[in-house]
Design a protein around this ligand. Structure first.
Ligand code: FMN
Length: 321
């Protein structure tokens, strides 16, 4: 499929996940076959005010392309200015966050709060599209709440504003991340739009990926939490869609090796102190479901150095012998 002029070679994209899907995680997912990745959301206001923290969030590695930078905000002109600044980092695509449910974001009329005003969604997409020369996309939810399910209307407004694709997460804002996910809303959006639709929500296995394609007719699927501690989900999806073969998860020692590579990469990119603090969360994801996982997680929260992480990974491998 193609998003505007950007060709996507593969069937599953990595969802933007603030605080977890950093450059290291994205690069590992791409190694396993993620066809497209979206960076952690960046504040349009922060970017326009020269916020230094944004630089690491905005930096894209050539090896992770095609990649999008995602912006959040509620003011079309500020969003457009932020998009122009973000262009220094050479994103292939600019994505607009219209789905974040966090009160900190929606309280500032951003993220999913934008869905309460389809005309503002139109204004933001059209103003940003005029400001940059890469495709602009939007990531929306089913609606703001169960009384205002308007994904089709908002997606149409984005399309009219010039969006090159729309991602739909099949949950309302008040559901946050709780079940059930509604894939049927993705089908309805797909049937209403000319531009590609990316389906998102609760794809945690290759079979679920196939089912989301089948039920919705979407053009691409996007995986978020299913890739946490399991970047190999992308190769499983590709293999299953191509040949119907279900690849097993890698054996535990291999999983620990992948965790170590991801954290070592992150340490090189953002420094050992920050990367190792963040590795506690990643370690817990990679150790999910292992016997004694609760005790391992308790140890993971003590990790301070790469050596601590290596020791924990060795312990996991020994425990399973
Ligand atoms: C920790 C975390 C951070 C997230 N951050 C973002 C974000 O920055 N921008 C965004 O559009 N969505 C964000 N999301 C939502 C995901 O992109 C995705 O829509 C959602 O998790 C549903 O997909 P999944 O069921 O595959 O996880 C985040 C989700 C999680 C769990």
């Amino acid at each position: 499929m193609q998003i505007g002029t950007v060709k996507i070679n593969g069937h599953a994209a990595l969802a933007p996940m603030a605080g977890v899907a950093d450059r290291a995680m994205r690069l590992i997912c791409v190694e396993f076959g993620a066809a497209y990745v979206v960076g952690e959301m960046v504040s349009s206001k922060g970017l326009c005010h020269g916020d230094k923290k944004s630089a690491e969030l905005l930096t894209l590695d050539d090896a992770e392309r095609p990649a999008a930078i995602q912006l959040f905000g509620d003011n079309p002109e500020i969003m457009a200015r932020a998009a122009t600044i973000a262009m220094q980092y050479k994103p292939d695509i600019i994505d607009i966050n219209m789905g974040c449910p966090a009160p900190k974001i929606t309280g500032n009329s951003s993220g999913c709060a934008l869905m309460r005003s389809p005309s503002l969604c139109f204004d933001i997409v059209s103003t940003v599209s005029r400001a940059v020369n890469v495709p602009v996309t939007a990531k929306i939810r089913k609606g703001f709440d169960s009384n205002t399910v308007n994904a089709v209307e908002v997606a149409l407004a984005c399309q009219e504003g010039g969006a090159a694709a729309v991602t739909v997460h099949g949950r309302t804002r008040d559901q946050m991340y709780a079940p059930p996910v509604d894939w049927d809303i993705i089908r309805k959006v797909k049937e209403s739009l000319r531009i590609p639709v990316i389906g998102n929500g609760d794809v945690n296995s290759a079979k679920e990926a196939a089912r989301l394609y089948e039920l919705t007719g979407c053009d691409l699927i996007m995986v978020g939490r299913g890739a946490l501690g399991a970047p190999w989900i992308f190769s499983q999806i590709e293999e299953y869609l191509a040949n119907g073969t279900l690849l097993p998860d890698p054996p535990v020692p291999k999983r620990m090796q992948i965790l170590l590579s991801q954290v070592t990469l992150a340490a090189g990119l953002k420094g050992e102190r920050v990367a190792l603090l963040e590795s506690r969360r990643h370690a817990a994801y990679y150790m999910r479901g292992l016997p004694g996982a609760a005790a391992l997680r308790a140890k993971a929260v003590q990790i301070k150095t790469l050596d601590d992480l290596k020791a924990l990974c060795n312990e996991v491998c020994k425990l399973l012998k």
